[in-house]
Design a protein around this ligand. Structure first.
Ligand code: AHR
Length: 329
């Protein structure tokens, strides 16, 4: 009898500990929200722990998420992590506490999401990874919506291959270290760049104008433009604009170097009109409609595509002036 009571006691303690730690077998994800299969946008509370406000791309992405919530009548819980993963993780946890319908997460970096994603899964809250990718196991999130970053890097390499058929050297101004965008673009660039084009140096400018400026200045201290290098691959337009400031100050003229950037923002288009960029690889931030559409499907327990990649292109200076006025970001 004594043994039986002891056994029951141990079982209860073990269950409580497991529940508190979120350990043990992960409970199955909730089959949709409680309103399923008739949930509407009025039932939706979408959590968007935005990674920061580092670029014009990001500003446009935030606007798209906020405007779409207003248009559809969904409730949005928005936060800005200021490019710090720990802030984003805290924001995800706060949303889990609040019992949101869906979390749409644009991760600042790829690694380090397992714990937060497991907590969301255990709480029955589906997570859509938006924009950049995560390295976590696919079973921890519902789907990914965003750009093919590797393809963007490959497209940039194609441009240099065309512009520098006899080879040469290029510099790379890379995005946030460890981010899906920087990792993918760097990989794609190396996949496709011709063997006769050498990557002389690669440094991060963290996707911001302010941080790209000193990086470009340091490059120019070390390497002579037109002699040591003929081109620059820049992972986003904001860093491109920072780099142009440094190039101008060093006496470099538009067209002296081959410059390819990524995003296709108005700033990037202006840099093409001004003769600085020879190509701008599109990365589209206007993901709001797709995110809410998928979130509603998840709430209603409908089938979704696990990966939705944005259809993108490359822009060139020849029609940049014509397209600039109609650019949405
Ligand atoms: O993840 C998308 C990238 O993040 C964009 O290219 C860049 O502008 C932003 O900061």
């Amino acid at each position: 009898m004594f043994h039986f009571k002891k056994l029951v006691f141990l079982f209860v303690v073990a269950s409580l500990v497991l529940a508190a730690c979120g350990g043990g077998a992960a409970p199955a994800e909730k089959a949709g929200a409680s309103c399923a299969p008739n949930c509407t946008y009025a039932d939706m509370v979408l959590c968007y722990p935005q990674l920061g406000a580092e670029s014009d791309w990001r500003t446009a992405n935030t606007a798209s998420i906020k405007e779409t919530a207003d248009q559809l009548g969904a409730k949005l819980i928005f936060s800005d992590a200021q490019q710090k993963q720990e802030n984003q993780i805290s924001a995800v946890r706060a949303c889990i506490q609040q019992g949101v319908s869906v979390i749409a997460l644009p991760p600042v970096v790829e690694d380090g999401w397992d714990a937060a994603l497991t907590e969301a899964k255990n709480a029955g809250i589906p997570v859509i990874i938006v924009d950049r990718s995560v390295s976590a196991d696919q079973s921890l999130y519902a789907a990914h919506i965003g750009s093919n970053m590797v393809l963007e890097g490959e497209r940039a390499a194609d441009e240099f291959n065309k512009m520098m058929p006899d080879g040469g050297a290029v510099l790379e101004l890379s995005g946030t270290t460890g981010s899906g965008a920087a990792v993918g673009r760097a990989e794609g660039f190396r996949n496709k760049l011709n063997d006769n084009i050498k990557i002389l140096d690669s440094q991060t400018g963290n996707f911001t104008r302010a941080e790209a400026l000193p990086v470009m200045q340091a490059f120019l201290q070390k390497y002579k433009p037109g002699v040591d290098f003929q081109g620059i691959f820049i992972h986003n337009d904001d860093m491109g604009i920072g780099a142009i400031e440094a190039l101008k100050a060093a006496g470099v003229q538009p067209g002296d170097l081959f410059i390819v950037s990524v995003d296709g923002t108005r700033g990037g288009f202006q840099a093409m009109v001004d003769g600085w960029f020879q190509a701008d690889v599109e990365c589209n931030p206007l993901l709001g409609p797709q995110v809410y559409d998928m979130a509603l499907k998840l709430m209603n327990n409908q089938t979704i595509d696990r990966e939705i990649l944005t259809n993108e292109t490359v822009y060139y200076p020849d029609n940049a002036a014509e397209l600039l006025p109609e650019r949405k970001y």
